[in-house]
Design a protein around this ligand. Sequence first.
Ligand code: OFO
Length: 166
Amino acid sequence: MLHQQIQQALNEQITLEGQSSHAYLAMAVWAETNGFDGTASFLYTHAEEERQHMLKLMRFVNERGGVACVPDLNASAQTFDGIGHVFQLILEHETRVTASINDVVDQCLKLKDYTTHNFMQWYVAEQIEEEAMARKILDKLALAGGDKGALYLFDRDIMNLEATHA
Ligand code: OFO
C-alpha cells in the first residue's frame, strides 16, 4: 500500500507531467502557425511523450493500491517571442520537473519506499535526456543567431533530432 505522502507526491507529479504535455501542445500550435513546421512536429511528438509520462505514473499509483488523480490543467501560454523563447521556457520547465522528481525520490528514501524509489529511476534518467536535449537545441539556436536561412535549416534538422531521440 502506498504511503499517503508518497501518493500525494506522485499525484503532484502526475499533474506536472500533464501540465508539461499541455505546455508542449501550446508551443506546437504556436510553431505550426508561425512557419516552424519541423519544430511543431517535434513539439507535438513531445507533448505525446509527456502524456505517456503522466499515464505511466497514474498506472503505477493505481497498481500500488492508491488512486491516481486526473489533473485539472491550467491554460498554457500560447504566444512566444520567437523560437528561442520557446526553448528557453522548455529548459526552465524541465529544470523544474527535474527538481520535482528529485523531491519525490527524496521522500521515497525518507519513508523507505524502495519500490517507488526504483520506479522513479526511469524518470531521473529521462530528465537527464530532456534537459540535455533542451540545452543542445538552445546551442543550435545560438549558432543560428536569428539568421533566417539558418533558422530554416534548424527547423528542418529538428525532425532528425526527434527521430534519433524516439
Ligand atoms: Fe516528463 O519529462 Fe519533460 O516534463
